[in-house]
Write a protein that binds this ligand. Sequence first.
Ligand SMILES: Cc1cc2nc3c(=O)[nH]c(=O)nc-3n(C[C@H](O)[C@H](O)[C@H](O)COP(=O)(O)OP(=O)(O)OC[C@H]3O[C@@H](n4cnc5c(N)ncnc54)[C@H](O)[C@@H]3O)c2cc1C
Length: 694
Amino acid sequence: MDKAAPGAPDPKQPAASTAAMALAAAGDAESARDVSALDASAQQAALRLGAKQKSLVERLIYGPLPALEELQSGARAHHAAEPRGAAAVEKAIACMRAGEAFTADGKLSAALRKAVAEEKAYGFTVPAEFGGLGGKYVELALAEEDLAANGLGALAVEISGELTIGAGSLLAYGTDSQKRTFLPLIAEGQLMAFGLTEVGVGVNAKKVRAYVEPDAETGGFRLFADGDRNKLWITNATHGALVGLVARVGKDGKQVGLFVTRLPDRDLTPADGVDYEFSCTPSGVDAFQQNFNARIHCKNLPIPKDGQIQADGVEVLFYCLRMGRCMLASMAAGYQRMFAADAAHYARNREGVGGLVVRHELPRLALGKMLGGALQSRALSHLSLEQDRNGVDLAGLRDLTKSAAAGTALESLTACERVLGGRSFDRTSRVSAARANMHVFGVVEGEDDLILMGMVKDVTGPFTDRYMAGMLSVIQSINEGKDGKPVPPKERILRITPLTVFSQPKKVLQATLGLLGKGSFWMLVLWIVGNLLLEIASLPLRVLPTNWIPRYQLLPIPLRSYARAAEQRLRWLRWAYLGINLWFQLELTRAQMPLQRLGKAIEHLTSIVVLCNHARQQDESQQRVAALQCELLLQKAKALPLLTGLVQMERMRGLVAGVGNDIEKNQSTLLHGLEPHAYAHPFEIAQKKQKRAN
Ligand SMILES: Cc1cc2nc3c(=O)[nH]c(=O)nc-3n(C[C@H](O)[C@H](O)[C@H](O)COP(=O)(O)OP(=O)(O)OC[C@H]3O[C@@H](n4cnc5c(N)ncnc54)[C@H](O)[C@@H]3O)c2cc1C
């Protein structure tokens, strides 16, 4: 873009993404600032990862088509993996069978932790030089899946957090001394947490308000995470545990740091003879019930000098999230296998109307969904891990892997409830115990819909930057007055439609002339013509039977047509994205529903491609599961009209806006007279707003 609008990020900053600039141009300065800050951290993390190859999802849409070898690399890595986690999993199961895995109040027991720590489960991916097992991530993924599949999902959650973001942040960003200090402790089984979320700050991670001040006496820092700044819902956080805490450097500092420290062994106040306050109390969530999950309060808490990780805390989060998302997918695979095992056992034993439940088609479909979701999650997780190991940019794949895994896990829970019936709600049932976790999987490690929209932005980013930015800057320019300042919101044009020619002819002429003078506009024209010609040239290939095409001959027969259909549809999405951009223009900065819908289509179609290639290397029973899951996914993808659904989408957006505005202004009479239940962990800003509203 030529110029950034006021309120936009500094144009000299290379981190300013087209998305952030588009938001600024649309007059949404607040979102522009937030998105720009988050994008900058994500870009830094991507630079650190230094991917050598373009994202697989981007290539599936924009070409060149990835080779089968690459698509099957996850399954190969799975087969080549050593059973490094087997001993720990066996010990954990033995502990559970002996009734020693959980404490009386349903938490993971010290005996269980000790048993698996002896097998170095907590140091699974920590290099041997720091006392770890030196295992591969795909081996960890298999162990995580096995734990979850055997009713030990909570242990999998604990180990995943410990290794992906705990050890992961130290391995990537720690100094030698920090690695030597902390990694052996992690490897021997001391818990490590990562604390970013605060009472006042959730998804908008860059807004954290906890802060450190220098401690002149020790050369270290003092941490203030008091009141609204309390760290909230911190998994693995307990007294005496290690923790990486994200905090601003200086109360109003711009820099967001990361500080590793050990939490005090008990709650302390100045009455205990210390010059600080500290408390670590259970956060009271129903999910991750068997784990430690805490709210942390600190005021003037000393942080040692060498506790600072030399990086932006949110960048470290983004860097480590990719592994967290893969592990979540493996756990989701395990949970879904567990649901299927329990539901299958019941269905094989229970007489329903007209014979055993398992003989009827609908329970069979439900069982197929559970197994299909498990296989899909596993296939995506293993391919993502292998892509990461091979230096392929994980943008897109890591996000849809997580969203697909969390989504199928929730669907499988429902499917399991349909087969297992009332018993799935029994207080002693492990299905019931897993219920809240399946819901929270969609929220932690990035909320699913938000990460799907981020995924669309990432995989279409290079196309947008190259071909669409010019168009966006032209629309931006017509929203500026002669003084270069944005025109009032009412006069702002976010999209040019045929009607705008009549209502604002001057502005349309200005925009058209501006567009014709843009090099990127002509590049877009060339792109459209070139790609159209390619489509026309490939038309004869469309009528070829799938079985004649060498690419698909290598796949099992029942899967070939699914792989072909999904690849064709993914290629088609380049047109869908272009169409959505031309239709919504700058309005796309607000139009979340079409972007989420596009993201879902990418998720379903990529999952089909990955599943078909994964299943090629599995036995026939898994190939049958894969074929059913592909059919279900294809039906879902077909039910998401993109270009053909634009008019319907406009209608729906209008309806959503109507209901949303009523709710925002508290004018929805269905809500009138209802006293809302106070939410947990109230925060300052809302209280002030509420007072103003009253
Ligand atoms: C069991 C559990 C364990 C957790 N473990 C940890 C941990 O170990 N460490 C840690 O730091 N955090 C942890 N979290 C926090 C978790 O990551 C957050 O819950 C999450 O980041 C969302 O924050 P929030 O719940 O405050 O939602 P909010 O930020 O209040 O958001 C509310 C909703 O609004 C949506 N939303 C916000 N902005 C937009 C937008 N622009 N467009 C569309 N939708 C929007 C969000 O997606 C969300 O659904 C945990 C949470 C739970 C429940």
